[in-house]
Design a protein around this ligand. Sequence first.
Ligand SMILES: [Zn+2]
Length: 406
Amino acid sequence: MKRNLLITNAIIDDKKQDILIEKGKIVRVGRISSSSGIHLLDANGKIVLPGFVNIHTHLDKADLISRMKPEEFGGTLEQNRELIKKFKKNYTKKDIKDRAKRVITEMVAMGITAIRTHVDVDPICGLLPMEALLELQEEIDIVELHLVAFPQQGVLSNEKRDLVDKAVSLGANLVGGLPLVEHDRDGWRKHIDLIFDIAAKYNKDIEVQIDESNDPDDFALPLLVEKTLEAKFYGRVTATHVISLSKIEAKEAKEIIAAMKEAGIKVIVTPSANLITRFPNDKKVWGYNSITRIKDLIDAGIEVAIGTDNIRDPFFPFGNGSMIREIHTLIVATRMTTPNDIEEVFKMATINGAKMMGLNYGISEGKKGDMVIFDTDTLIGILNSPEKINYVIKDGEIIYGRDERK
Ligand SMILES: [Zn+2]
């Protein structure tokens, strides 16, 4: 039986308020007097936000760096994909679950209360990672966990396509995609067609990892938009990364963004991983890898959310599960530094991700009791004292407390 919880002196939308949570749900927000039998938690005039939503990560690959040799760090995207294949051959269900659980626990301590993870489904690892993560999804109650069946090696063979189909039939929440693994434009198109077929068959939404480099020729987004409109999958498709959109002509970008809006396509950025990714053809388009046209997308009314992407694996050897780091990286990389911009970026890491996951979320009556109490009273304070989180609350239960950590 869940205790009732009254959080007092919380800063919400710049006002001091109290939050009453009963049976895991918020029942009142305002100035509330305490009554007997209620557990009290004083937020001490500090800011309270709904829990961070890490909308894009790869828990099946998390925390593999201890298996990497020094010379294996810093590879290109292709080299990293080869290295992952090697690691996958030794996967066991326990190994996958242990690593995923470890990283989830870290994410929770960083204020994350919901996670959407891609899970590799391919002929090397088969359905093992999906089976492991489906078990974990059942067992774990400290986060909301959604799974995307991710065809890391493509879908252009019966075996590969059938594996993704099977993963979705087993219970994956979404169908994933990675068209660029298919080598040419015709392959990209077929890949997109096939994942839409599976999504339609099981009535699932789609998240496609697409256009991960600065190269304007590495641009499959128009195919995805076209297919979304043709299949009438309005509002059900998310494009993750879309980096090359930032390198095409402004006029062309405007047109494609308008078509994305018409199709209701949403966008996910993974700031640190986007910036760090290397490509064999990096020399063709000079410059460090970049981030999509965030401002243009927002101005067009497209929903944008943030994920950490990989945590401590060949693709991204760093990470501690902090969304605050990702917010900071995005602000720095895109110069979104006005108070309104900063608020917008925090929204991407919270409300926007929650909407994409379809969560009953936010600090208002009737919503789930998922929130974070920080050790500061402003959003800039959160960025300037990163990882200073006093409490994390999930379904009205305190699941992480700094004092309890000592
Ligand atoms: Zn990813």
